[in-house]
Ligand binder design. Structure first.
Ligand code: NDP
Length: 486
């Protein structure tokens, strides 16, 4: 990693880098080589206390600014991010292993989109006036919640930090963000840039560490809200801990999403959709459509085309602009994926292609294509979080919808068909928060994003996110005498 991208210290608190070397060592590993590229420390209780105290102080000052003033800072941060996209993308690639061909278009750029969009929304946030009888009226004030905690997963460290920070700050909150311990670098840059853009020191702080640091943040009485991006089991733990203090939550969790391909679909588009739904970011995407239901009549054609297109994947050095498949984030995650592939074979699915290590150093694995997958198989039921595409056959629309919904998850779902009436019927019938017609896995900041069922609570992005980072206070104003029974 270039020297210029080395973090100055482990944490970013009160407008500056901060260190406490008594915290446990946190080595940062480049997934493409397995080499250590930086060495940080996890947050000690003293560091957490400093971060929360700084956030509390900054929040009061920030909330007193107008929405227009707050929005200006966020939009300036978006501009800085766009100007530094190349460096930030190199950093993202080193943090995650994702290929530079992806990180230059999907990570810092997505963060800039969120900061710009919520920066534009900030000046428009307001309450309403509600007239009552006798000249009385109520007006509402949209108020920030206070100090918010963000907890991030490792697949999109820049995007996740910005998707949480942008609406939170637009509403007048402050944030303490804890990245995944696998990918601690990117959020530090966002913190730096926000200060450069004019955010008061302490408004957005980053502290490092694993689950126990997250737990301490969630339990702290100074925290009003917790926004987690992570797995369902972690979500259940964090939601329960937040409930102790009756804190607000947003839970962006995992999934096992269906992608339904009908015989009348534009075949090449459906194949592209399935590739986007399974292999982008080496399959480490929460909303992936990992159960690809293909109508029986096009089964062979579909498998042939996916197989042929997989031949065009370029696996290797993520810093090479031609590479389209990077390594998994960690040796541990690759081992999890390998176990699932072995289970798929063991339980009778046909491994059509891929699924083996590549021989490169680093945590590489070939994308895998399974056919003859049935609903009860482990690979059709559990979130794998790796590049494993399972094809399941189906005959009728009713059957496809029922099987698509037969999961405790409900993050995303997609359909490919030329029949638009059927497409809308399917979209209405899917039990999922983010659904797609003739495309997959696009997440523009304008559109609300989040899960149904066990995949989450709340929505990120879109105007909907404002509801989860603010609350309404009603003010009753009397215009006559105050009456009482005696
Ligand atoms: P985890 O659930 O393991 O971790 C998420 C974050 O929570 C990490 O920062 C983790 O710390 C922290 N954490 C873990 N335990 C606790 C706890 N008890 N209290 C507070 N914080 C805690 O998820 P992964 O990082 O493994 O990410 C993969 C998962 O994230 C997948 O299930 C994926 O589907 C989901 N995801 C969901 C998205 C969505 O928007 N719906 C988007 C991206 C991913 P640490 O890991 O450092 O120990």
């Amino acid at each position: 990693m270039p020297e210029s991208l080395q973090p100055e210290a482990s944490h970013f608190i009160d407008g500056a880098y901060a260190e406490d070397a008594s915290g446990d060592l946190l080595p940062v590993i480049y997934p493409a080589t397995g080499a250590e590229i930086a060495r940080l420390h996890t947050a000690t209780p003293a560091i957490l206390d400093r971060a929360l105290a700084a956030a509390k102080r900054a929040q009061a000052e920030w909330a007193a600014r107008t929405g227009a003033e707050r929005g200006r800072v966020l939009r300036r941060a978006a501009e800085i991010i766009r100007a530094r996209n190349q460096d930030l993308s190199v950093l993202e690639t080193h943090d995650t292993g994702k290929p530079i061909s992806e990180t230059t278009v999907a990570d810092a750029t997505s963060a800039a989109d969120a900061l710009e969009w919520f920066g534009c929304l900030a000046p428009t946030l307001s309450g309403e006036h509600i007239p009552l009888s006798g000249g009385d009226f109520v007006y509402t004030r949209r108020e920030p919640l206070g100090v918010c905690v963000g907890l991030g997963a490792w697949n999109y460290p820049t995007q996740i930090a910005a998707w949480k920070a942008a609406p939170a700050l637009a509403c007048g909150n402050a944030m303490v963000f804890k990245p995944s311990e696998e990918t601690p670098l990117c959020a530090l840059k966002l913190a730096e840039i926000l200060v450069e853009a004019g955010a008061p020191p302490g408004l957005f702080n980053v502290v490092q560490g694993a689950g126990e640091v997250g737990r301490a943040l969630v339990a702290d009485p100074r925290v009003a809200k917790v926004s987690l991006t992570g797995s369902v089991p972690t979500g259940q733990r964090v939601y329960a801990a937040a409930a102790e203090g009756m804190k607000h939550v947003t839970m962006e969790l995992g999934g096992k999403s269906p992608l339904v391909v009908f015989e009348d679909a534009e075949l090449e588009d459906a194949v592209s959709g399935a590739i986007m739904a399974n292999f982008y970011s080496t399959g480490q995407v929460c909303s992936n459509g990992t159960r690809v239901f293909v109508q029986r009549g096009i089964r062979e054609a579909f498998l042939d085309r996916v197989t042929a297109r997989m031949d065009d994947a370029v696996i290797g050095d993520p810093m090479d602009a031609a590479t389209t498949i990077g390594p998994m984030v960690s040796a541990r995650q690759r081992a999890i994926v390998e176990d699932y592939i072995a289970k798929g074979v063991e339980e009778g699915a046909t491994l059509v292609k891929g699924g083996h290590r590549t021989g490169n150093e680093g945590f590489f694995i070939e994308p895998a294509l399974f056919a003859d997958v049935t609903d009860g198989m482990t690979i059709a039921r559990e979130e794998i979080f790796g590049p494993v595409l399972s094809v399941l056959d189906f005959d009728t629309e009713e059957e496809a919808l029922a099987r698509a919904n037969a999961t405790p998850y409900g993050l995303a779902a997609g359909v490919f068909t030329r029949d638009m009436a059927r497409a809308h019927r399917m979209a209405a019938g899917f039990q999922a928060g983010a659904t797609y017609i003739n495309t997959y896995n696009l997440t523009p900041v304008e559109a609300p994003f989040g899960g149904s069922k066990t995949s989450g609570v709340g929505r990120e992005n879109g105007k909907a996110a404002i509801e989860f980072y603010s609350e309404l206070k009603s003010v009753y104003v009397a215009n006559g005498p105050c009456e009482a029974p005696f």
